[in-house]
Design a protein around this ligand. Sequence first.
Ligand SMILES: CC(C)(COP(=O)(O)OP(=O)(O)OC[C@H]1O[C@@H](n2cnc3c(N)ncnc32)[C@H](O)[C@@H]1OP(=O)(O)O)[C@@H](O)C(=O)NCCC(=O)NCCS
Length: 178
Amino acid sequence: MIPVSLDGPALSLRELKPSDAEALHTVYGDSKTVEHLSFRPRTVDQCKAIIDSAVKDAETEPRTVYMLAVLHDEELVGAARLAKDERPHSAQIGFALRHDMWGRGLGAELVQLLLRLGFAELRLARIWGARSPENSASEAVMNKMGMIEEGRIRRHLWTGTAWRDSIVHSILSDEWAG
Ligand SMILES: CC(C)(COP(=O)(O)OP(=O)(O)OC[C@H]1O[C@@H](n2cnc3c(N)ncnc32)[C@H](O)[C@@H]1OP(=O)(O)O)[C@@H](O)C(=O)NCCC(=O)NCCS
């Protein structure tokens, strides 16, 4: 496999490794960060399991899932995921930053790095993301990066306590400014 290594002005994407578990927990273990995501705050052990799966996914050929660490000043501050759909010209992205990193333009940079991975490196034709209808930060970031609102998937997810609709945003390769 060819390890992902992508640098932006303030953030980098790289493959996850087992020693990232505690740092990943500062992102996925925080109830504020996962408030609008499809799962409850993760434990350290659950973060270890996410990393184990990420390592396996990275070694699978052909690779369809890219579950990556987001670094700022060499510190893990977020998680990013790109997963190809059954039709492999298209992929879904997901992203999260540690709470104390919000509001500095880093979410927009993170989405831009994922679009670069998908369009420039993997030559995809379409990239989409699904957010909670209440997730105004995700709405703003995806809109800002040119991911236009496509519609609502009703009862898209079971959150553990209730069904949740999702609002889908997408961008096509020829719409991406690079
Ligand atoms: C979504 C997330 C990555 C945004 O990160 P961020 O670094 O705060 O975003 P940015 O600073 O790059 O903001 C980009 C734009 O969104 C706007 N924005 C950010 N948070 C917002 C909010 N809560 N409400 C409205 N607009 C918001 C910013 O003002 C900015 O717009 P501008 O450039 O016109 O000023 C971050 O909130 C996060 O990690 N949330 C938890 C995980 C999550 O919900 N992921 C998305 C799953 S679909």
